[in-house]
Design a protein around this ligand. Structure first.
Ligand SMILES: O=C(O)CCC(=O)C(=O)O
Length: 258
């Protein structure tokens, strides 16, 4: 049974560019994902394979569906899929499934917009191309690295200032996400956003499920790089989200080479 988006949420998505979906993850799921991510992050640091950012105070653990079966539950979660469909069309695909660990001492990061939007000429497209979702494994606050973002900035069709411009670290209309763990912060990838500084003594962690329109090139090539058992377990909906139905091809293939 699919949960429907309310008219107020649709309006908020259109005008403000984001929504917080409450109570997506249970306490047991939150604790289990958080512990798994901390373990994976530590192992990747020990192996010299860590994907660090924010002066080494931030870390991404990527390719999650190949690193634990529990992460597959995020791919087609019934409480979140309707939002992606609403914004990106029913044939949307997964671009990355990753995570962001923001450790104590992390600084404010400069604003960015997601993926290919940063390389496109202005004005940016006026319809959503990419939709990001952060699955909160801690309460997010203004102190612990709650995401900084400028509500409604997707409607400006402009890129944020370059990272070395002081205005990339401060906008008069910016807010810092304050939301409960277990909720999902879902937003148009064209919103100006960034991780905030963590001035507490505990890591702030989220899972990230980032999706795009089916005609765009995803950041991760799931079709090529998923473990065979992950593909085997995938439902038809998950296969479509992984991108198995949006590969080049079709009828117009050179003779003798099909
Ligand atoms: O973890 C966060 O607060 C923000 C993540 C982010 O900026 C992104 O996924 O593009």
């Amino acid at each position: 049974m699919v949960d429907l988006i309310s008219a107020a949420q649709q309006q908020q998505l259109d005008e403000e560019g984001y929504v917080v979906i409450p109570d997506v993850l249970s306490i047991a799921e939150i604790e289990s994902y958080r512990a798994q991510l901390l373990q994976l992050a530590e192992a990747e640091r020990a192996d010299g394979k860590a994907r660090e950012h924010a002066d080494g105070k931030g870390q991404h653990v990527r390719w999650l569906v190949n690193k634990g079966q529990a992460f597959e539950k995020l791919v087609a979660h019934h409480k979140v899929v309707p939002y992606f469909e609403h914004l990106l069309g029913k044939d949307y695909t997964l671009s990355t499934l990753t995570s962001n660990l923001i450790y104590p001492g992390a600084p404010d990061n400069p604003f960015h917009i997601d993926n290919a939007l940063g390389a496109m000429p202005e004005p940016l497209p006026s319809f959503p191309m990419f939709v990001n979702s952060l699955w909160l494994l801690d309460d997010f606050t203004a102190e612990n690295g709650g995401t900084r973002f400028v509500p409604g900035s997707h409607r400006w069709l402009r890129k944020p200032p370059m990272a070395d411009d002081p205005q990339a670290l401060c906008h008069p209309d910016e807010v810092r996400l304050s939301a409960r763990k277990g909720s999902v912060f879902l937003f148009n990838g064209a919103i100006w956003h960034a991780t905030g500084a963590n001035v507490t003594d505990r890591a702030r962690i989220c899972l990230i499920c980032f999706c795009c329109r089916s005609f765009l090139k995803p950041m991760f090539d799931f079709v090529q790089h998923l473990q065979p058992e992950v593909v085997e377990r995938a439902t038809p909906e998950m296969r479509r989200i992984y991108g198995f139905e949006s590969r080049p091809g079709g009828l117009d293939v050179p003779k003798g080479e099909a």
